[in-house]
Design a protein around this ligand. Structure first.
Ligand code: PLP
Length: 397
């Protein structure tokens, strides 16, 4: 088939992709640390951070070197065979995981980590139902989508999997009322990311932990966006001093290389052989990248860096609340997951910010979300905060 089509990146993507992604008018061709460059050579400060996959910065040297080296040794090795690189990663992952979360299922994405978590919860409890929260986001495959709250993501795909219910975030009594004899698990994000950067109150996660202990319901933590140092601690739930029974992780775990994982508390029974699997799960290339990513996060203490730089970033942004002409209603966040709730729809502001040289994300209709690499430099934070101020003190339609 010969197609008459001009050879431009954007035209090719628009022509040949199924078209599910709303695209921004920019072609990114290169990245380093917290900087990205477009095809005209223009530099941007990346506060979109690969939607949370770029905690270690673009082309992190540890990760690049690990991928390069492993690519010459072995790329494919399904989990039915043992593999030295994978074993090294498993040990490393368990070292940084909450104590006792030492049984791991490796997979390739966030949604796949949620699917695994849901299946494990069912098989471990013999029960079917899951309680999730209003404004949750857990992914796009059918199980994860059934747990996701947003109607516009769900409705085109009905009927979804039965047995999922949604209760308000931050309301432990609502969870208590929703538990039935069929409830296998409660699924919750330690901070709701896509749903608006919604932080839990200090007592929410501890109370949820206690409720699950009392009722024998499993607690699944979705740490896909909040994990790997993003919030200023290794895991988002560390701030509350609790751990889940099952934990789903992904995004930055392999320094931007696709990977997901489900971590299961060792006190739970064994999950039987043959009950779940994935061809690419535990792939040596991804495992090498993940080992390097965890090592770098440890060596450079990225959680601490996220806490300090996040506090600094927010100190520059908070004065926007109440500033004359400002459209910012609230600034909230923890570490380097930051949300600015606007009095207006966010999309025009994202566009204007990109024109000023800063890439950012939405979180729902009116929250501007910042997820910069944790290696972002002070000068980049200063620049981004200045541009955010310029853009958010205008009214845009
Ligand atoms: C909290 C959370 N869970 C699950 C997912 C789904 O991850 P993926 O897009 O890798 O399937 C995301 C993605 O944004 C997320 O933020």
């Amino acid at each position: 088939m010969t197609l008459e089509i001009e050879n431009s990146t954007r035209q090719i993507e628009d022509r040949f992709e199924v078209g599910v992604y709303p695209k921004r008018e920019v072609t990114i061709v290169r990245g380093q640390g917290a900087s990205l460059w477009d095809d005209t050579g223009r530099e941007y400060v990346d506060c979109a951070g690969g939607q949370g996959a770029a905690n270690l910065g673009h082309c992190n040297p540890y990760v690049v070197q690990a991928i390069e080296k492993q690519a010459h040794i072995l790329i494919s090795c399904p989990e039915v065979f043992y593999n030295d690189t994978r074993a090294k990663l498993l040990q490393k992952l368990v070292e940084v995981a909450p104590t006792g979360m030492s049984r791991v299922f490796l997979c390739n994405s966030g949604t796949e980590a949620i699917e695994g978590s849901l299946k494990f919860a069912r098989i471990l409890t013999g029960k079917t139902d899951v309680i999730a929260t209003v404004r949750s986001f857990h992914g796009r495959s059918m199980g994860a989508l059934s747990a996701t709250w947003e109607k516009k993501y769900r409705e085109p795909f009905n009927p979804l999997i039965p047995g999922f219910s949604h209760v308000p975030y931050n309301k432990v009594e609502a969870v208590r009322r929703a538990i039935t004899e069929k409830t296998a698990a409660v699924l919750v994000e330690p901070i709701q990311g896509e749903g608006g950067v919604n932080l839990p109150s200090d007592d929410y996660l501890p109370a949820l932990r206690q409720l699950c202990d009392e009722t024998g319901v499993l607690l699944i933590l979705d740490e896909i966006q909040t994990g790997i140092g993003r919030t200023g601690r290794w895991w988002g739930a560390d701030h509350a001093g609790i751990k889940g029974d099952i934990m789903a992780i992904s995004k930055s775990i392999a320094g931007g290389f696709p990977m997901g994982a489900v971590l299961v508390d060792e006190k739970l029974p064994e999950i039987g052989k043959g009950t779940h699997g994935s061809t690419f799960g535990g792939n040596p290339l991804a495992a090498a990248a993940a080992f390097a990513a965890i090592q770098y996060t440890q060596d450079y203490n990225l959680p601490q860096r996220a806490a300090e730089e996040g506090a600094y970033f927010m100190s520059l942004l908070r004065p926007l609340v109440g500033e004359p002409g400002s459209v910012v209603r609230e600034v909230r966040g923890r570490g380097l997951i930051i949300g600015l709730e606007l009095k207006q729809k966010v999309v025009p502001y994202l566009k204007a910010l990109m024109e000023q040289g800063v890439l950012a994300l939405p979180a729902g209709p009116n929250v501007l979300r910042l997820l910069p690499p944790l290696v972002i430099e002070r000068t980049q934070i200063d620049f981004a905060a200045e541009q955010i101020k310029v853009v958010l003190t205008q009214t845009l339609e």
